[in-house]
Design a protein around this ligand. Structure first.
Ligand code: NA7
Length: 547
């Protein structure tokens, strides 16, 4: 199966031949490696970081936690692993998830096939050899039959689009590149730009330490209380006794998080009954971020229905935040709830009642520049000892378009995606044979419990690769027609919801110049899985298999 003939690349470096190159050693890349190795393939994983864990390696900011419950944000592929691993609380912290990732790497002896601190610079399809040529920043050249991009949906971080960051005289930290040794803000005046999930988690923790914290908010977010807690005795054992059923429910659910299906529209309930449902979603200590939106069938399709939940949250914000002007500024009003990712918070709104925390509403006084001493808005200059940037990511496509990926006849993926991502099932791209993307755009990805979607993709891709190998095929490639019809279907399903009405990173609208297209697939994790299985069962319908 493996060719090991030594060759010399045009640059003089020895070309190493492997069956598959996997890019990224987060939860996708690690499981991909495990599966492909079990199938007897030679695999090389490249990872930019010096350790495994992907997003959980990089996002070490104070208060970083997963917003999906620990016992479902974990692998299900090995019953022994899921039974033996002990989670400690409802929402796992970043260090706990990273410990889990390291445990997985050790348990399955993954590290021997992962090369850390290596950036893949290009993957280029060789039309004659019908293989990928992969080049790294260490000058290595590999020839691989398959390439799997497991580089993550939120890995290319962005800084604010204002001048002056380099002139700031103090230290600045991006939430997605937090120093490993942590940061001590004691006694400092700190400014934070952004109020997405990373900011909402870190603001209460930084506020408790810093002398003074100023939050620069462009768009307020909806956040529901985490009610995080350590597991009570017996809880984990009880969950583990029913793990297989629970996992199955997650796989067939809409968002990868089991939830009883809603039975009616929000306006079909009277206001009192509706309120009771929302109260439960808000106060229940075992609540999840999907409870509020999953209460009714039409929350993401009918603006009036959506308004009822949005107003419920705004009422809670006004109740918690004592200063009415701050409370009003924190109330999201110009997009439907759920169309920007709902955040899960611990004391976020309460933090604005502290004397050392101030909110600057950038809708009223926009940012102008970062100065030597701090931040200038149209109204005044704020002086800081340190700055925190919680300004998000070039999400979903960023890791792929920032790499030089070329398919047939030198076609660049970036060019192919000029007007928005184009894929078949979010897994494959026409003219890019033997290339797969784990949780790519146009798959449920970021609209789901990532672990469920990662496992589904890795298993589907490894099955497809096995099929190619067992049938002695050279290539598997999505047809342009299958791609076109998936792109259309994705847009049609997306456009039937309220999602396109918001300026969110789901729409690419947080990055200047990025096409405004709804990127994730909203058809639901369960139905999507069925579609993928159907494609495989029909001998990879929509793909050309060449022998
Ligand atoms: P997000 O959710 O993209 O949040 C980024 C925040 O930064 C958001 O509030 C942005 O405001 C703000 N931002 C970005 N650029 C600017 C500029 N130039 N000026 C002012 N404010 C700015 O990223 P996170 O890291 O918090 O979370 C990402 C996901 O990780 C999250 O959804 C979870 O799934 C985990 P905007 O809304 O664009 O007006």
């Amino acid at each position: 199966m493996t060719q090991t003939l030594p060759e010399i690349s045009p640059t003089g470096a020895a070309v190493r031949t492997v069956d598959a190159v996997v890019i990224g050693a987060g939860f996708s890349g690690m499981y991909m490696l495990h599966r492909l190795r079990q199938q007897g393939l030679t695999v090389q994983v490249f990872e930019l970081a010096d350790g495994v864990g992907g997003t959980w390696h990089w996002n070490r900011y104070p208060g970083a936690r997963c917003d999906v419950r620990s016992m479902e944000y974990s692998y299900s592929f090995d019953p022994d692993l899921e039974q033996e691993w002990q989670w400690s609380e409802k929402y796992p912290t970043q260090p706990e998830i990273l410990r889990y990732a390291n445990h997985v790497a050790d348990r399955y002896d993954l590290r021997r096939d992962i090369q850390f601190e290596t950036r893949v610079e290009s993957t280029v399809w060789d039309d004659e050899a019908e293989r990928w040529t992969v080049r790294t920043d260490r000058g290595e050249v590999l020839s691989a039959k398959f390439v799997v991009h497991a580089s993550g949906c939120l890995s290319i971080y962005k800084t604010p689009e204002i001048p002056g960051l380099e002139s700031f005289s103090g230290p600045w930290y991006h939430t997605a590149r937090w120093p490993r040794e942590g940061v001590d803000f004691s006694g400092q005046r700190v400014g934070i730009i952004g109020t997405g999930s990373s900011a909402i988690q870190s603001i209460p923790v930084i506020a408790a330490q810093a002398a003074d914290l100023t939050v620069f908010q462009r768009t307020p977010n909806f956040a529901v209380p985490a009610h995080n807690h350590e597991f009570p005795p017996g809880y984990q054992e009880e969950m583990k006794a029913h793990y297989p059923e629970f996992r199955q429910d997650a796989r067939t659910s809409m968002l990868g998080i089991p939830h009883p299906p809603a039975e009616k529209g929000a306006l079909e309930d009277d206001p009192e009954a509706r309120r009771r449902r929302y109260e439960k979603a808000w106060h229940d200590k075992d609540n999840t971020l999907v409870d509020l939106m999953a209460a009714y069938t039409d929350m993401l399709t009918d603006k009036e229905a959506n308004d009822t939940a949005a107003e419920f949250v705004r009422e809670r914000i006004r109740e918690i935040v004592k200063d009415p002007e701050t409370a009003e500024a924190l109330c999201p009003k110009d997009y439907p709830i759920g169309t920007k990712r709902i955040c899960v918070h611990t004391d976020y709104y309460e933090t604005y009642n502290r004397d050392n925390v101030h909110l600057v509403d950038l809708r009223k006084t926009p940012l102008v520049e970062i100065t030597r001493d701090g931040v200038r808005t149209t109204e005044q200059e704020f002086r800081f000892d340190a700055l925190v940037l919680a300004t998000g990511f070039d999400a979903q496509t960023g890791a792929l378009t920032s790499m030089d990926i070329r398919g047939r006849a030198g076609l660049q993926l970036k060019e192919h995606w000029d007007e928005g991502p184009r894929s078949y099932l979010g897994i494959a791209v026409a003219n890019f044979p033997n290339m797969f993307i784990i949780t790519g755009p146009q798959s449920p990805s970021v609209l789901s419990n990532m672990m469920v979607s990662i496992e589904q993709h890795v298993e589907w891709v490894s099955d497809a690769i096995q099929y190619v190998q067992e049938h002695d095929l050279r290539t598997i490639e999505a047809t342009p027609e299958a791609e076109e019809s998936w792109v259309e279907h994705n847009a049609e399903v997306g456009n039937s919801t309220l999602f396109p009405t918001a300026n969110s990173w789901y729409m690419g609208s947080n990055v200047e110049g990025k096409p405004r297209v709804f990127m994730p697939y909203i058809g639901g994790v369960g139905p999507y899985r069925e579609r993928c299985d159907e494609v495989a069962a029909k001998d990879y319908e929509g793909f050309v298999l060449a022998g």
